[in-house]
Design a protein around this ligand. Structure first.
Ligand code: LMR
Length: 397
């Protein structure tokens, strides 16, 4: 049966972690996967999560099945964080939120549902985009193309190219947009540019699928949801995949969601019923623990306050590591990489070539993706100098 099965290539992101773990050298740094690490280089258990965990443990509950569409208090929290607690769209019953296995799971639920609704639609992703976007929508059965986004020559966004490509898209085209902290480049549109994108999306009748995996990592929770809220205030329909992997540090719990904006409550009820079939035929119903942790934190004003201040601390630490990397690169003889301090979110598109990234890995044990992305959220005072001098060696050497 399997004699013709071919060996698949390693995953472009998680495969880097596999290589890093297999590396026996002591001086190694994993800047591959998007995982936040604290000042001592460890993945933190957030204090708010630790307290919620203790509370859940003090009052242990049996583990029955959750409803197919997830824990109701959790999905209500997601809706409010993404669309705003006072959003009229929520009170009008226009937003359907279904619990998913991380942000990736939210994308896949939305993709599978969209494929049922419009099998002929094509999907446009940014060039470049998160490495898994193309694969995920392709596996869901769509033909996937890209719109221009990053211009390596000017080291920034090719906004005219992006607008031209969106304007040329057929009505009904699904457009995957990074709501904040563009992955992999770290370059976001400004609000005027987003307004122009929204004009095109509306005029061309495109279907926006907003990926909000990094809410809280650019400016703050509400600001980082501005794009979703602005699009939602004008459009009849949109999709938003969101995740607590990063902003709660709950990577392994797979706590995410997909939210779908509908034209009215009746449409929302029908969409929900279809999303439930997608869930039921994939994993039946979602897991309990991560959703309960998030719901416990968000239901308690004190824990919520601890959460937002911890999140602010993570965001500020990343920004300070960006500044530190830029200045250490300058000291090491690479002043032209000052742009790492201007980018936002967990990632920096370093501008290094694939060959340079492979040299970084092989000669110095510094692991980024082949495409040149490095996770600045994994830098700290102990490794940033080594990373800067390693980059300088491959850039200058
Ligand atoms: C990343 O881009 O590194 C993260 O979103 C983790 C992942 O699943 O790829």
């Amino acid at each position: 049966l399997f004699s013709t099965v071919e060996q698949a290539p390693p995953d472009p992101i998680l495969g880097v972690t596999e290589k890093y773990l297999a590396d026996k050298r002591p001086a190694k740094v994993n800047l591959g996967v998007g995982v936040y690490q604290d000042a001592s280089g460890r993945l933190p258990l957030m204090r708010c999560v630790e307290i919620a965990e203790q509370r859940l443990a003090e009052d242990p509950k049996p583990r029955g099945y959750l409803p197919i569409d997830g824990l109701a208090s959790y999905t209500a929290d997601v809706r409010e964080l993404v669309f705003g607690a006072d959003s009229p769209l929520i009170s009008q019953g226009r937003v359907v939120t279904v619990q998913a296995l991380g942000g990736t799971g939210g994308l896949k639920l939305g993709a599978d549902f969209l494929r049922q609704v419009d099998a002929a639609a094509t999907v446009l992703i940014s060039d470049p985009s998160w490495e898994n976007h193309r694969a995920l929508f392709t596996r869901a059965g769509f033909s996937v193309s890209s719109y221009r986004y990053y211009d390596p020559a000017r080291r920034g966004i090719d906004f005219d190219g992006m607008l031209a490509d969106l304007t040329a898209a057929q009505p009904g085209t699904i457009v995957v947009l990074h709501a904040c902290c563009h992955n992999p480049t770290g370059y976001d549109l400004n609000r005027e540019q987003w307004a122009q994108v929204l004009d095109v999306v509306e005029a061309r009748n495109l279907v926006p699928f907003l990926d909000l995996a990094y809410q809280g990592f650019s400016v703050g929770l509400a600001d980082d949801a501005w794009v979703v809220r602005t699009f939602a205030s004008r459009l009849g329909n949109l999709f938003c995949a969101s995740s607590f992997s990063k902003n709660f540090g709950l990577y392994g719990e797979r706590v995410g969601a997909v939210s779908v904006l509908c034209r009215d409550a009746d449409e929302a009820a029908r969409v929900r019923s279809q999303l439930k079939i997608v869930v039921r035929t994939n994993f039946s119903n979602p897991p309990t623990h991560g959703a309960q942790l998030v719901a416990t934190v968000l239901a308690d004003p004190t824990l919520r306050e601890i959460w937002t201040s911890e999140l602010t601390g993570m965001r500020e630490r990343i920004k300070s590591m960006r500044t530190s990397l830029a200045s250490q690169l300058a000291q090491a003889g690479v002043p032209e990489m000052g742009y790492v301090a201007e980018q936002v979110g967990m990632f920096s598109y370093s501008g290094l070539t694939r060959d340079q990234m492979l040299r970084l890995r092989e000669e110095f044990g510094v692991y980024g993706t082949d495409a040149g992305r490095i996770c600045v959220a994994a830098l700290n005072e102990n490794n940033v100098g080594y990373v800067a001098s390693s980059i300088a060696s491959v850039v200058r050497g």
